[in-house]
Write a protein that binds this ligand. Structure first.
Ligand SMILES: [Zn+2]
Length: 133
């Protein structure tokens, strides 16, 4: 059973959209949703260490497998829905071996900026979360 990489919802057979890591983590809206997860909130409570948070963010940003996103979550991404839907179908048909163009190992500079951007979003939203606690 596949699950949505944003909200962890179980997906029906061949449901969803396939995004590259870069498309997913370069979107601030993704981080807002990801940070609503219990695990993220817990992390915000147990650590005030900014470098630990940034490291976690860059780990999430550097995963190279494509991201499967459900109908509810695709709206937060600024991507072509027809195209990402087709990629998802190809991914299901290939039993998870298909990779959309631009995934896998992006150029170093691209990966670096995506990671830095993601880490910045993550730290910013986390500090908001911890202030509220
Ligand atoms: Zn979802």
């Amino acid at each position: 059973m596949s699950v949505c990489d944003v909200c962890n919802k179980e997906l029906a057979e061949k449901e969803g959209y396939l995004l590259t890591t870069e498309q997913a983590v370069s979107n601030p809206a993704y981080w807002k949703k990801a940070l609503a997860r219990p695990a993220s909130i817990m992390l915000a409570r147990v650590t005030s260490d900014e470098s630990a948070k940034a490291q976690l963010a860059s780990q999430m940003a550097s995963q190279t497998a494509p991201w499967l996103v459900c109908d509810d979550c695709i709206g937060i991404f600024d991507v072509n829905r027809n195209e990402t839907r087709q990629y998802a179908l190809r991914w299901y048909d290939s039993h998870g071996t298909f990779s959309p163009p631009g995934s896998g190992a992006p150029s170093l500079s691209k990966a670096g900026s995506a990671e830095l951007g993601a880490a910045a979003h993550y730290s910013a939203v986390l500090s908001l979360t911890s202030r509220r606690v």
